[in-house]
Design a protein. Structure first.
Length: 257
């Protein structure tokens, strides 16, 4: 932990971070003048928030890996990888309607997720729409702020159950695309690195061990997007496509006032 942040400091910040997140106003501590922390402390803070969420009855279902694809690295101006934590209560079904007022500057990524078995092998691979609170408060974006805010993750939309069990794209090459309102915004190979999803799983397993955490069988891992992060607004329809086949979608719709 960085000198200047005691264990109690991190616990106090964790309670504040969780209050901010639940109030749809994430990461306000980073708006304070001269506030900063190192990467280790940022992970300690993320994990302290996760512990509070577990104590409140939430359940971890896996992790996300972020900031490793060329588009997001350029967009954020920094290189990862970084890790975030995924919670069961924030998993939404295909074709769901999403209220943008429940987020802070809602943005999405289209990417691949994998599920691992008891031997830590990939047993399924499927596309998802990752939801984000696209907010950075520091004058300059940093990995520490990204990590402390859980990779700015705010949930994900998954395809139908059949696709969540699919092995079709574990090894097969294919093209991943994000379509918003009928327009193809971007497309690329499925995986953010040439090493494929196995690299992401191995990195995550090693990283979690470093922080005293364990990757459990059945975990879902977002392995990182090869595309960018795209702000969305009321009225948008988002579809993630593999080889021209629409596989997971959602609709952004604010309640009528």
């Amino acid at each position: 932990m960085k000198k200047g942040f005691s264990f109690q400091d991190v616990q106090n910040l964790a309670r504040r971070q969780l209050r901010d997140y639940r109030a749809k106003n994430p990461g306000t501590c980073f708006s304070e003048p001269d506030f900063s922390m190192d990467v280790r402390t940022a992970y300690d803070l993320q994990d302290a928030v996760s512990k509070l969420r577990i104590e409140a009855g939430e359940r971890i279902i896996g992790y996300k890996i972020g900031c490793i694809g060329p588009e997001t690295a350029t967009q954020f101006g920094m290189d990862g990888p970084i890790r975030g934590t995924l919670f069961a209560g924030e998993i939404l079904e295909d074709r769901t309607f999403i209220n943008p007022n429940q987020f802070s500057n809602l943005a999405i990524e289209g990417e691949m997720a994998v599920r691992i078995n008891e031997r830590y092998e990939i047993e399924a691979a499927f596309p998802v729409i990752e939801l984000h609170n696209f907010v950075f408060r520091s004058p300059k974006k940093t990995l520490s702020e990204l990590i402390a805010n859980n990779g700015i993750n705010a949930g994900l939309v998954v395809p139908i159950a059949q696709w969540q069990r699919s092995q079709k794209y574990i090894a097969k090459k294919a093209n991943l695309a994000v379509n918003i309102n009928g327009k193809n915004l971007a497309s690329a190979n499925l995986w953010p690195t040439k090493a494929g999803p196995e690299w992401s799983v191995n990195w995550l397993q090693s990283h979690l061990h470093e922080y005293g955490l364990e990757l459990l069988p059945g975990s879902v891992i977002l392995v990182g997007t090869p595309l960018g992060l795209y702000p969305v607004e009321d009225g948008d329809e988002i579809i993630v496509v593999i080889d021209d086949q629409p596989l997971v979608s959602c609709f952004i719709e604010a309640p009528a006032s």
